[in-house]
Write a protein that binds this ligand. Structure first.
Ligand code: A3P
Length: 352
């Protein structure tokens, strides 16, 4: 891939202004790529996104495709496993055998990796770990920097494709919902912010001495990957009545998982009996998820890319933000949420 000059991509790219650049630099670690803004909403992307933005926007779709989409840290992994198992008639053996990352090509992960700067990535990352596996990391870089669109094209037509993405709807093919199914999951942005902070630490993208408050200052100013958060959620929310869109909230999964399982099953044209329901709920519990090697990303630890003391599957609860927000941040968040929901009927479950 990479040849995208004849393809339509309707948005322009813009640089961050110097003050924004500084705020980002103060927080994010030495990851060797920088940020750009995409389109009129100014979605924040890593620069290599530019390379394949048009390929993603114009990717050939199939009627059997199922996308799981979200703003990151909103319960994507949880939703992916749930969707995959229901769509695959509860094939737990296969789910255990094939890691979730292989069952779902990650459409936009290429944006983090610039194939022309491989040495820089290796230099930076190898300094963070004593026994860093340079060779394996180099192979992973080759794989990750390759746009998932080409990988997806290679999947035989007879096979159903499951696709993970954190891109907002406007950066995906405009005909997406005419062709494929999309399950979008959203979450209280305060919990998302906390979860993103720990995730950035896990993947060694945050400077170690930066606090959550530092991160919050960047996040709620829409200067973190694929923010503005509210625009992202609102774009999907506006499509929630389309037959091929299922819009879920993390908080609903937490509160009544069987109800959500039934909604996903209806959406995919499947039905579960009581025994199947009980087993699936148990399989999807946070305790089981933490120990499930197929979904918990712990296989990346051997590579040396994960920070000690942090895990991908973390607390898994709603409202945990309260332990991280002081009074000032709480007020900022309230105002931020209120301002951003003024022009929409989007309401999060925590508001009911
Ligand atoms: P926390 O960091 O708040 O714990 P994503 O998959 O989009 O990256 O989202 C990750 C968030 O979902 C993390 O939130 C993670 O712990 C939570 N999560 C993952 N699996 C879960 C499960 N089975 N039950 C509840 N929460 C889960």
């Amino acid at each position: 891939m990479g040849e995208q000059k004849d393809q339509l991509f309707p948005y322009e790219f813009k640089e961050l202004d110097p003050e924004e650049e500084k705020l980002v630099e103060d927080n994010l670690g030495p990851f060797p790529t920088s940020l750009i803004k995409v389109g009129p909403k100014g979605y924040i992307a890593y620069r290599p996104y530019k390379r394949d933005a048009a390929n993603v926007y114009n990717m050939p779709l199939r009627p059997t495709d199922v996308f799981v989409a979200s703003y990151q840290r909103s319960g994507t992994t949880w939703t992916q496993e749930l969707v995959w198992l229901i769509a695959n008639d509860l094939n737990y053996e296969k789910a255990a055998e094939i890691p979730l990352t292989h069952r779902y090509p990650f459409l936009d992960v290429f944006m983090f990796f610039d194939p022309n700067e491989k040495e820089k990535y290796i230099n930076v990352m190898s300094k963070t770990e004593e026994n860093f596996d340079t060779e394996k990391y180099s192979q992973v870089l080759d794989m990750m920097s390759r746009p998932a669109t080409s990988l997806l094209e290679e999947i035989p037509l007879t096979e159903k494709r499951f696709i993970k993405t954190h891109l907002p709807m406007s950066l995906m093919p405009p005909t997406l919902l005419d062709t494929a199914k999309v399950v979008y999951v959203a979450r209280d942005p305060r919990d998302v912010a906390v979860s993103c902070y720990y995730h950035a630490r896990l993947f060694k993208m945050m400077k170690l001495d930066r606090s959550f408050k530092d991160f919050w200052n960047m996040f709620h100013r829409d200067l973190y990957t694929l923010t503005p958060f509210f625009e992202h959620v609102k774009e999907a929310w506006e499509k929630r009545h389309e037959p091929n869109m299922l819009f879920l909230f993390y908080e609903e999964l937490s509160k009544d998982l069987p109800a959500i399982i039934n909604r996903v099953a209806d959406f995919l044209g499947k039905k579960l009996n009581e025994e199947q329901m009980n087993r699936l709920c148990d399989h999807l519990s946070i305790e089981n998820f933490k120990n499930n090697k197929s979904v918990n990303y712990e296989d990346m630890r051997d590579l040396g890319v994960l920070a000690k003391g942090e895990t991908f599957i973390r607390k898994g609860k709603s409202g945990g933000w309260r332990d991280h927000f002081d009074e000032e941040m709480t007020q900022q968040a309230e105002k931020w949420i209120e301002d951003n929901l003024k022009d929409t009927d989007l309401r999060f479950p925590f508001m009911k």
